[in-house]
Design a protein around this ligand. Sequence first.
Ligand code: ZN
Length: 463
Amino acid sequence: MIKTVHRHLKKQVKLSLLVIVLVVAFLAFSLLFNGLFKPSHANYIFTQEVDVRQDPAIKRVIEMTTQEGSVSRVEFPKTNDHAIDEALRDFVKKHQHAFFEVTSKNENRIKQQQPAHHHISFEWYVVDQNVASVVFYEHWNISNVAYHSNIETFLINFNSSTAVNSKHLINFKSMNQVTLKEKITNVITQEGLLLTPNESVQETLDDFLKDPNIIIDRHTIKLLLQDSKLKNNEGTYTAIELPFASVPAIMNPNLLALLPLPIIEKPTNPIPPKPNNPTYTNKIAFTFDDGPNANTKKVLAVLKKYNVKATFFVLGQQVAAYPDVARQIIAEGHDIGNHTYSHKDLVKASPELAKAEIDKTNNIVFETTGQTIKLFRPTYGRYNASVKSLTNLHFVLWNVDPLDWKVRVPKTIANNILTHTKGGSVILMHDIYSTSAEALDMVLGQLIDKGYDIVKVSELLGY
Ligand code: ZN
C-alpha cells in the first residue's frame, strides 16, 4: 500500500518534471529561434543628429528603425521652426510607414530572410536667410519583390513658417505649361541631355507636369526630372536649370508672393560663369529702369557703339517728359517695358491706383512710340498676387544687381557686373545716371569677348 502510494507519487513527480522540462525546452527553443533566426523581430529606433554643411543653423536628424526584419534609415532637417520641422518630419514618416506596410504584408520575404531596405536622405539649398529648398531622395529595395526610387522637393519659407511641396508651385491654369515645356526642351537640346538623339521627350514633360519637383537655388530655378531617356547630370536625376527671372512665368502667384524678391546677388558668394561649357546658355540681358531722361542718350550711345540691344523699363511720367528719348529707344531697336507711371510701390498702393499706374504707362508709351508693351518690372521688385492679377504683362525681375544707383563709381559698378554675370543673367541698371553709362562702356567689350550673347530680356526669357 505504502509502496503503491510511493510509486504513485514518484510517477506524479516524474510527470511534473517532464512538463517542466518540456516547458523550459519550449521556452528555450522559442528564445533561441527568435534570437538566432528572427533577431530583427525586435523593433528599435536609433537617432543621431549632425550638422548640415550648407547651413550651420540646420541639423540633420538621422533615424534608423528596424521592424520585422526591415531596416529604414531616414533623414530629415531640424530647423528652429517647429511648424516647418513638423511638416518635413511628417512627410518622411508617412513614406517610412508606407514602406513598413508593404514589408509587413510580405510574409514570404520574412520567411526567406530576404533583406528589405528603405532610405530617405535630403539636400538643403539656401536661397537667402528666409528661404531654402530641400530635396528628399527616397529609395526602397525589397529584394526580388519591389524596387522604388523617388524624389520630392519642398520650398521652405521661414517668414511664413511654411514648407510647401513643389507640386503646388507650378501654375497649371495658364498657358504657361506650353512655355515651360518649350523652355525645358530647349535646355535638353542645348545641353545634349538626351541619351538617344532625336527621341521625343513629350512623355517625360507630361510626367514632370503631373508631379513637378523644383528647387529654388540662389540664382536659378532647377526642375528635377527622372527619366531613363535623359542623362543624370545631378545625382540620381536630371536638373534643368532656368534663370531665376523666368520663375514668375511658371509659378503659382500665391506662392511666388512668398519668395523674397528680388534676389540680390551677394558679393561674398559669387557663382563663376561657365564660358567653357559650350552647352551652357551664353545669353545675358541688360535692363535699364526709371528713365528716360537726358542721360538715357549716353546709355543709347554706348549700346550703339557695341551694337547691343537692351530693355528699358520706363516710368510713364518720364516718357511724358522725354518723348523724343522714348522714340529714340524704339528707333534704335531696343525694347520698352512698363515700370509704373510714377514709381509707386504697388504692394502698398490701392488696387485702383496700382492699375492706373500700370495702364497709364502702357497708354503713353503706345501714344508716344507706337509700341505695345509686353513686359512689366514692379518697382523695388515688390509685388503680390493682387498686383499680379491687375495685368497680363510678363513680370520681369533680375538676378544681377550691381547697385549702380547707390555706388555711382563706374569702376565699382563695372566690377560688380563682371563678378556676378553668368549665362542667363538679367542685369539691373538705371539709365538715368551718367556713371551707369560709363560702367556699361567698361563692361560691354569684355562681356562680348568672353562669348556672351547680349540680348533683349524678352529673348532671354522667351516671351
Ligand atoms: Zn525703379
